[in-house]
Design a protein around this ligand. Structure first.
Ligand code: TPP
Ligand code: MG
Length: 888
């Protein structure tokens, strides 16, 4: 490292420049100073000299002391309250673990972020007042004990509830992390899967603006706050959408990154500085960056730093060093930080080692944090990120402060408890310490009153989730008549039917405005480009250019009031937009009906963790898996051909999924979804696959609606009982058409009759079957119930054969409820590009394979001779030695 004395070759000249700039600042202001700097930079660029990479500012607070807004409240009272919150948060984790030892929990994270939350709760986070919904706060998942501890002091949670931290089975415990599913009145956003919080928060702010532009809500000055760990910033999801926030000028969004310099295993950037790295990244993405590095104890030292040496030392030291300064002692810091330069040693010679240890970090200084938040909420035109430097395990002393293992500390021994108690002046006597009791001052104490007044002034409780929304007036099914009556002689796909249906819906006078179509750069793929002009593509800046296709009917129209959300090639972001829209009833008091349409392969597989979070969030809306089916999307090959999204969808308990074959089925399902989610208000969302294969869409037969919704209905009933040979054929999606063709082949060539069943959802059939089986197991002495599959097949004859465009597991789920010979065909293996016909042969789901499977089943049942099966294979040219598609 260069000696500091030779860094500046001509201090006199430097001083002249600095003074000149100071004079400009004084007399003409910062705008002029910025202009001059820009001109200098231009001169450098013109001469070909590259400027030093200058996206960073010195390792120092962004807001100078003289510009800090002054915190108005009572510092000492707030410290006392914060200390109690710290203690109770620690106590609840410890008590849970004293009980069982396996329940887990985190102490150190909240101790590092206590001040960051407190200042928000005391001064900034607005609750819901009258009609105006409050600010939305994304809380770092594993700091939940601190949030519960505050609610306890506020009187919202009881001691008994704190004692049930992480004991969720009985329903009255406190969930380990923020989970709306488990605490639906309390938690708003699941954040503990790292990275999902920041991504959700960005799109929440985005949707909030969208609603404002569309006149559906008045966003006012409402804010979205997102608390994030510095380690968490390594998740691609954390940073992946920050450019959108910058580009869209989301000044309703504030990130607070708790830079305690540590993650679970050790330092986040031992050899660098996470705050500086993030400053550069956020600056580049167009954010307002506020660094809160140093607490006010440092201010006096900065004043003495006329040569900039202290600043230089701060810039030099890396995070690994900074961690040491807090995990060791003031003496260590004197020797290793200040000791590097004699001038610095001299600067702190009047301070004791203890004083040096108490030189605080910005994120632990209420004044500095207040000033940063104040600046953030007032900032316009850009989102703000606050990078606050803290200490992980703050206050734990030798039990974990700044230690690499601190993330996993769940218990303190008696001595450590004593140290903690003394440091934060908790009024608990030695004799009680071992029990780690909670501490709550009496109801009329100054502390409780202060706390309550703060929240009352800000409009009430946080966190708090709204579950009430106005029932939507959905159109009757017959409003989709243009789809229900079939496509006549014209061939069309279910995707086309969906687009027509969506156009119907957006025109509906009651709910049309609430429909939000979302696409990830895929509208043309699905034939939705007509909506560009019809509805407009949302853009907060409108359209500043003339689109190249402006002379065409369906031109690319961007509009401030646009209804379509075109999120670009960004499935994670588009899904997060859908999530924000799908939870709008809770967060904005207005239910939206979002339809997110995407390549089904890039859905559950690509953004599965968000799909899981959608379940937790009780999202309501439609996911439309487009161009689905392993053999139906034929030309795109292995990475596109989806044969398993339904299996993945089935893993989300409140995701209801369908694979309809016909347009009328799709209409019934979407109508049902609207009713279930927005009239009955069941907390679930719908996943529906639509295909791009064109065929004649029949008119809806009578009396099939209930079956479509439940998962299967009889499409064709055999009325000819002249043959003793009968089978039941089940098909879903486009493969239903192969099933129908197989039924004809069986009848015409093998004298086998068949009933045909359209299965719209093996997943729903399975859920019904499992629920029935469970009930029967638990009620052995009562007449057994019958599953829906059993009911459907009760009066029928012959083995059952199912074929789908998905993995065999999909159809196989109902085996137990079929209860007789059951053969399942499906598309296991990697997809590949070829014609649909060849693919269906390759994956063994075409009409010939279905026919052979049926004959084989009859042979197994001794109803036909095996030679018939062989004959059929020869007749259809099926090579028995053809490779298994799973292996090639
Ligand atoms: C996607 C994901 N991966 C891993 C984890 C496990 N985990 C929980 S907390 C944590 C460390 C968090 O560090 P940081 O973000 O810096 O937060 P801090 O506790 O330091 O505030 C990890 C790895 C998780 N919750 N989510
Ligand atoms: Mg951290």
């Amino acid at each position: 490292m260069a000696d500091h004395k030779i860094v500046d070759k001509d201090p006199v000249e430097t001083e002249e420049w600095v003074q000149a700039m100071q004079s400009v600042l004084r007399t003409e202001g910062p705008e002029r100073a910025q202009y001059l700097l820009k001109q200098l930079s231009l001169t450098m660029t013109e001469t070909g000299v590259r400027l030093p990479y200058a996206i960073n500012t010195p390792y120092r607070n962004t807001i100078p002391v003289k510009e800090e807004a002054r915190m108005p409240g009572d510092l000492f009272m707030e410290r006392q309250i914060r200390s109690l919150i710290r203690w109770n948060a620690m106590a609840m984790v410890m008590r849970a673990n004293l009980k069982d030892g396996t329940l887990g929990g985190h102490i150190s994270t909240f101790q590092s972020s206590a001040t960051l939350y407190d200042i928000g709760f005391n001064y900034f986070f607005r609750g819901s007042i009258n009609e105006q919904p409050g600010d939305l706060i994304y809380i770092q998942g594993h700091s939940s004990p601190g949030i519960y501890a505050r609610s306890y002091l506020e009187g919202r949670l009881s001691e008994a509830q704190l004692d049930k931290f992480r004991q969720e089975i009985d329903g009255d415990g406190l969930s380990s992390y923020p989970h709306p599913w488990l605490m639906p009145d309390y938690w708003q956003f699941p954040t503990v899967s790292m990275g999902l919080g920041p991504l959700q928060a960005i799109y929440q702010a985005h949707i909030m603006k969208y609603l404002g532009y569309r006149g559906l809500t008045d966003p006012g000055n409402r804010k979205v706050w997102c608390f994030i760990g510095d380690g968490e910033m390594d998740e691609p999801e954390s940073l992946g959408a920050i450019a959108l926030a910058g580009r869209e000028n989301l000044d309703n969004l504030i990130f607070v990154v708790n830079c305690n310099l540590q993650r679970l295993d050790g330092p986040v950037r031992g050899n660098g500085k996470i705050i500086q790295e993030l400053e550069g990244v956020f600056c580049g993405a167009g954010w307002n960056v506020i660094k809160v590095v140093w607490g006010r104890q440092w201010d006096q030292l900065f004043e003495k730093d006329s040569q900039g040496l202290l600043q230089q030392r701060m810039d030099e030291a890396v995070d690994g060093d900074y961690q040491n300064y807090k995990s060791r002692s003031g003496g260590y810091t004197r020797q290793h930080f200040f000791g590097k330069y004699p001038e610095l040693l001299k600067m702190v010679e009047h301070l004791s080692d203890n004083d040096i240890f108490r030189l605080n970090r910005g994120g632990h200084d209420p004044y500095k944090v207040y000033a940063a938040y104040d600046a953030a909420v007032k900032h316009q035109g850009q989102p703000t990120v606050i990078l606050a430097k803290t200490v992980k395990g703050y206050g734990l002393g030798p039990a974990g402060e700044g230690q690499n293992y601190t993330h996993s500390v769940k218990k303190l021994d008696l001595e450590a408890l004593r140290v903690f108690r003394d440091r934060f002046d908790i009024p608990i006597p030695d004799s009680e310490l071992e029990k780690v009791p909670y501490y709550r001052p009496s109801e009329d104490s100054m502390e409780i009153r202060y706390l309550r007044e703060c929240r009352a002034a800000l409009g009430g409780e946080i966190p708090s989730r709204n579950q009430i929304f106005k029932t939507l007036k959905i159109p009757p099914l017959k409003s989709f008549n243009n789809i229900l009556k079939g496509s006549g002689k014209r061939e069309s796909s279910t995707t086309m039917a969906f687009v027509r249906l969506l156009s119907n819906l957006v025109k509906d006078k009651n709910i049309g405005d609430q429909v939000v179509p979302i696409v990830p750069d895929e509208a043309r793929t699905f034939g939705m480009e007509g909506m560009f002009r019809q509805l407009g593509i949302y853009s907060s800046t409108g359209q500043l250019y003339e689109p190249t296709d402006s002379n065409q009917i369906m031109y690319y129209r961007e509009d401030k009031h646009g209804q379509v959300m075109e999120e670009g090639i960004n499935e994670g972001g588009a899904f997060a937009a859908w999530l924000a829209a799908a939870t709008s009833c809770s967060n904005n008091g207005v239910a939206l009906i979002p339809f997110y349409i995407f390549y089904s392969m890039f859905g559950f597989q690509r953004v599965g963790d968000l799909c899981w979070a959608a379940g937790d969030l009780q999202a309501r809306g439609f996911l439309m898996g487009g161009t689905s089916g392993r053999t139906t999307l034929n030309g795109e090959g292995l990475q596109h051909q989806d044969g398993h999204s339904h299996i993945l969808a089935s893993t989300v308990p409140n995701c209801v999924s369908y694979d309809p074959a016909y347009a009328y089925e799709l209409a019934v399902i979407i109508h049902h979804g609207l009713d279930v989610m927005f009239v009955q208000k069941r907390p679930c969302y719908f996943y529906i696959t639509v295909m791009n294969e064109n065929y004649i869409q029949p008119a809806m037969p009578d009396d099939c609606e209930e079956g479509i919704v439940k998962g299967m209905y009889q499409l064709r009933k055999n009325t000819d009982n002249s043959s003793p040979l009968a089978v039941q054929l089940l098909g879903s999606g486009t493969i239903l058409r192969e099933v129908i063709a197989a039924a004809d082949l069986l009848r015409e060539e093998f004298d086998v009759t068949a009933d045909i069943w359209s299965v719209t959802s093996f997943n729903e059939l399975n859920r019904d079957g499992l629920a029935t089986a469970r009930w029967n197991m638990l009620h052995p002495d009562e007449p057994p119930r019958t599953s829906y599959v059993e009911k459907c097949l009760a009066e029928t004859r012959g083995p059952v054969i199912a074929a789908t465009d998905y993995m065999k597991n999909y159809g196989d789920q109902i085996r137990e409820f079929v209860g007789r010979h059951y053969t399942v065909l499906g598309t296991d293996g990697f997809g590949r590009s070829d014609t649909r016909e060849r693919l269906r042969y390759f994956f063994e789901v075409d009409r010939h394979f279905i026919t052979v499977a049926a004959l084989n089943a009859l042979a197994q049942e001794n109803m036909v001779d095996l030679s018939i099966v062989k004959k059929a294979m020869t007749r259809f040219g099926i090579d028995p030695e053809k490779p298994d598609p799973v292996t090639v």
